[in-house]
Design a protein around this ligand. Structure first.
Ligand code: GSH
Length: 313
């Protein structure tokens, strides 16, 4: 295995990044059929504002108006070898944990994999319910409708599910995880492969978004929000830090206005924190950026008119 990997345990013999499986996969259910019934005030989200996977869960919590139903705490964006931490200014009001690893060990005492955000925590049973963002957003979308969520917001509509799943799958492989496969590659071959797949997928997305306003159907869905959290970090971080530099998002005819439209949806801008995003990536990944210098740019205007009303939706 290459020795200079940022994530040695997730780097294969060819130098490709292979993301670890999420460990905790229980479900909160509306009808209480799991051990985790939906209840107001019972669950807590641990997130980093820097992380695109955690960002999905913050967006769903915001759009479903779950702020008073599911509490939230934010870790320090800068991580050292002890993992995500609740340093001064980032306290954990629920358990008083100093490190997110404490939540993992409280759930599984000999947990020895990478400690990741987001985490959905059950305050009643004192354990992690789930640490897989794609599943947490599905729960937030529907399980809490009877206990205070905004039922009018449906981000995974029944008739569109097949298409949403199909789009999610290639967007995940080539874009969401694709930028990490570029950045964490430790061989030229692995990087080239990830890079080509990423820009081929971005071209395909740009074409699709030139013909239709949203990724699937005539409304914003989970597929759009899953793409958004990668796109919004792209020019500020991935272009340089992960060497995804064939084009920036601002260079795309349709992706850039689409990204602005999503950013301008009510409540979304307040979930985007470029200070946390930039400090996290550029300071934490010491193998990729040994001096820890955080770039000052780029200057991006996410609030400029997007003009996407003209497109069929
Ligand atoms: N499959 C997980 C991935 C989460 C993930 O990898 N999160 C990163 C932050 S962006 C993390 O916590 N990394 C911790 C580490 O590398 O030590 C999900 O989608 O929830």
């Amino acid at each position: 295995m290459p020795s200079r990997a940022q994530v040695p345990n997730e780097t294969d013999r060819r130098g490709s990044f292979v993301r670890q499986e999420s460990r905790f996969r229980q479900w909160v259910t509306a009808d209480g059929s799991s051990d985790y019934p939906a209840e107001r005030g019972r669950y807590h989200l641990y997130v980093s504002l820097a992380c695109p996977w955690a960002h999905r869960t913050m967006i769903f919590r915001k759009l479903k108006k779950l702020e008073d139903v599911i509490s939230l705490s934010i870790v320090d964006p800068v991580r050292d070898e002890r993992g995500w931490a609740f340093h001064e200014g980032f306290e954990d009001p629920v358990n008083g944990f100093r490190f997110l690893a404490d939540a993992y060990r409280a759930t599984e005492p000999d947990f020895d994999l990478r400690v990741t955000v987001p985490v959905l925590w059950d305050k009643q049973r004192g354990r992690i319910v789930n640490n897989e963002s794609s599943e947490i957003i599905r729960m937030l979308n529907s399980a809490f409708d009877g206990v205070g969520a905004d039922e009018s917001v449906e981000l995974y509509p029944e008739p569109l599910r097949e298409e949403i799943d199909r789009v999610n799958s290639w967007v995940y492989d080539n874009v969401n995880n694709g930028v990490y496969r570029c950045g964490f590659a430790t061989s030229q071959e692995a990087y080239d492969e990830a890079f080509d797949a990423l820009f081929k997928a971005l071209d395909k997305l740009d074409g699709r978004l030139g013909r239709q306003r949203y990724l699937v159907g005539s409304q914003l869905t989970e597929a759009d929000w899953r793409l958004f959290t990668t796109l919004v970090r792209f020019d500020a971080v991935y272009v340089t830090h992960f060497k995804c530099n064939l084009k920036r998002i601002v260079d795309y005819e349709n992706l850039w206005p689409y990204l602005r439209e999503l950013y301008q949806q009510p409540g979304i801008a307040e979930t985007v924190n470029f200070d946390h995003i930039k400090r996290h990536y550029f300071i934490t990944h010491t193998r990729l950026n040994p001096c820890g210098i955080v770039p000052k740019g780029p200057a991006l205007d996410f609030t400029a008119p997007h003009g996407r009303e003209r497109l069929p939706s």
